[in-house]
Ligand binder design. Sequence first.
Ligand code: LMR
Length: 396
Amino acid sequence: LFSAVEMAPRDPILGLNEQFNTDVNPNKVNLGVGVYYDDDGKLPLLQCVLRAEKQMMETPKPRGYLPIDGIAAYDQAVRNLVFGAESQPVKSGRVATVQALGGTGGLKIGADLLKRVNPGAKVLISDPSWENHRALFTQAGFPVETYPYYNAARRGLDFDGMLTALQMAPAGTVVVLHACCHNPTGYDITAEQWDQVIAAVKARKLVPFLDMAYQGFGHGIAEDGAVVAKFVASGQNFFVSTSFSKSFSLYGERVGALSVCCQDKDEAGRVLSQLKIMIRTNYSNPPIHGGMVVATVLGTPELRALWEKELGDMRLRIKQMRLALVEKLKAAGVKQDMGFITQQIGMFSYSGLSKDQMVRLRNEFGVYGTDTGRMCVAALNSRNIDYVCQSIAKVI
Ligand code: LMR
């Protein structure tokens, strides 16, 4: 059965973790995967999470199966966070939300649903995009193409190219859009550009799918999620996948969600029934712990305020690392202007380094980033940044 099975390539992001873990270089630094580490290089356990867990343990509950769509209070908390508790879609009950296994799980459930209701469509992702977007939608059975997004020569957006591609896309095309903190480039479009994108998507009858994995890492929770209200105002159906991996530092708990904004409550009920089939036939129903932690934090005003503060601190530290990176690259002898790093937002910097340079960084210096030149600024700290900058200076 398996004699002709070929060895698959390593995952371009998580595969780097495997390589990093076996690297014996004592100076190694993992800037590959999008994970936030504190200034001591430690994965944080947020205080809001710890306190929610303590609260949960005061009245421990047995672990029965969850409903297929997850914890009701969690789904409601996600809807409130993403759309606003007082928003018309939430108040009228026209958002179908399901708990999902991380943001990736939300994307996959959405992709599977779309394949069922829109089987002949193609999917457009940004060029470049998170590597797993292409793989995930391809795996769900869609042809995947790209719309222009980043102009390497200009070190910025190719917004005209993006808009033109959307204006030419056939009706029904699924368009994957990064709601904030574009992964991998760190360049977001402006509010005015969003208006143009939304108008194009609506005029061409495309299907918008927002990936919101980094809410709170750009300018703030509300600011980063502002595009959702714009889509609501445009009156279209749209998808939003949410991840709490990064914003709650709950990577291994796989806490995410998929929300589908429908025309009315009846439609949302029918969509939810189909989403439940996708979930049931994949993994039956989600796990309890992570979802319960997030629901507890979001549902307890004091813990929610603490979460916002802790997320704000993470956002601030990343910004400081961006400034330090620019300064220290200069000090390490890098001649070219690296100031663009401070214009990028979110966890990543698209460094502009070539694949060869990234491979050298990894093999000669133990500094891991993706082959595309993406580096996770959120994994830099006051102890490893000098070494990283000196290493980069040597390969540039
Ligand atoms: C990343 O882009 O590094 C993260 O979203 C983690 C992942 O699953 O790829």
